[in-house]
Design a protein around this ligand. Structure first.
Ligand code: MTE
Ligand code: MO
Length: 373
């Protein structure tokens, strides 16, 4: 009964757990299309997909000074507010956890590199909905309201800082469409909060209530999950009450072609057709991706396909392709690392960023392959 509302998923997705559904985009399909098709967008559910009757669906907007919370239907959202399209990449905090686990065991789903996808989301600005339904934050509350909390219909919840939610350049949406189609069930139908540049955990699906608040969401996933700890801390030593919630994500990149043990064609002394993605949080774009085929001794700049978004609002990933000089055929270790617009770089090793929950995995990505003429 419990999972009877879960939809049928594309068999191409790589399943990491069935109930709840957790499934990643196959690596070579991450860079086939710049915009991930809906059926191939990774799925990360903590609970069963909730059953929602669209005719009955309401979204409540509340704040401490509001006497009667405002409720909006899907039609209200669609008719009363201006529509916006925003291309945004979502990445799970646990993406690449398996690599960290292989270096030293961690707790959590064993994602390889596919808990990341990119889509064009259509919806209305969260800021417009808040300000036009309950009005701007009154003066006496201005210094107190620090967070905007999202409540999901099935019990999941999360929050983001209110400055992000209310920033005219923040592009936070209440979305009802994805890549031109109604939001698929797995991705939050009928309404999903979308928080560009932040960890995907804050983009709450099936959102039914939004609260402006002094504190972060009380949910397990805000309080007792999605936080980073030092490399030597055990689970028992990890103090969730004082650690800071993950919001913006660090700079990331991966090789998607070739995959481990595949071949790389050598043409005129160069290993060719090496592909991947790069992304950074907070709207920071990618300025460079360095690629090596000798384990990181020498580097070549990759050719970038950037999203072409405004500076500071580069919510979508960059795709890259490289052709790197090789001196001989045989085994090669391909390594990539990206540099974002703040000149943040990925850390070299897993060891220095190791954490027992295996989140924020952003070390240089390494793939062992075979160079052949
Ligand atoms: N929202 C709800 N309501 N329930 C969830 O389980 N999972 C979060 C976030 N929003 C989740 C949610 C996490 S951890 C991630 S990584 C993203 O949704 C995954 O989004 P996707 O399934 O559309 O890829
Ligand atoms: Mo996630």
């Amino acid at each position: 009964r419990l999972f009877e509302n879960d939809p049928i998923r594309d068999p191409l997705l790589i399943s990491r757990s069935d109930r709840p559904c957790n499934a990643e985009t196959p690596p070579e399909l991450l860079t086939r299309d710049f915009v991930t098709p809906n059926n191939l967008f990774f799925v990360r559910n903590h609970l069963p997909v909730p059953e929602i009757d669209v005719e009955e669906y309401t979204l409540e907007i509340d704040a401490p000074w509001v006497k009667n919370p405002i409720t909006l239907t899907l039609k209200d959202l669609q008719r009363k507010f201006e529509h916006h399209d925003v291309m945004t990449t979502l990445q799970c905090a646990g993406n690449r956890r398996k690599e960290m686990h292989d270096a030293k065991p961690v707790k959590g789903l064993q994602w390889t590199q596919g808990a990341i996808s990119n889509a064009i989301w259509t919806g209305v600005l969260l800021k417009d909905v808040i300000e036009q339904s309950i009005g701007p934050v009154p003066k006496e509350w201005a210094d107190k309201i620090k967070h905007v909390q999202f409540h999901g219909a099935e019990g999941y919840g999360a929050s983001i800082p209110s400055h992000k939610a209310l920033d005219p350049r923040g592009d936070c949406l209440l979305t009802f469409a994805m890549n031109g189609s109604p939001l698929p069930k797995d991705h939050g139908w009928p309404v999903r909060a979308l928080v560009p540049g932040h960890v995907a955990a804050r983009s709450v699906k099936w959102v039914t209530k939004i609260t402006l608040a002094e504190d972060e969401s009380e949910s397990h996933w805000q309080q007792r999950d999605y936080k980073g700890f030092g490399p030597s801390k055990t689970l028992e030593e990890s103090d969730y009450s004082t650690a800071v919630s993950i919001q913006e994500m660090p700079v990331q990149s991966c090789v998607t072609v070739p995959q481990p043990n595949e071949t790389v064609p050598v043409v005129e002394g160069r290993a060719t057709g090496i592909k991947g993605f790069a992304w950074s949080g907070g709207g920071r774009g990618i300025v460079r991706v360095d690629v090596s085929v000798d384990g990181g001794k020498t580097w070549t700049d990759a050719k970038l396909t950037r999203p072409g978004q405004e500076a500071g609002k580069e919510w979508a990933w960059t795709h890259w392709e490289a052709s790197v000089p090789v001196t001989k055929e045989g085994p090669v270790e391909i390594v990539c690392k990206a540099v974002d617009t703040s000149y943040n770089e990925q850390p070299r090793d897993m060891e220095s960023v190791y954490n027992v929950r295996g989140v924020l995995v952003s070390a240089w990505h390494r793939v062992k392959a075979e160079a052949v003429k």
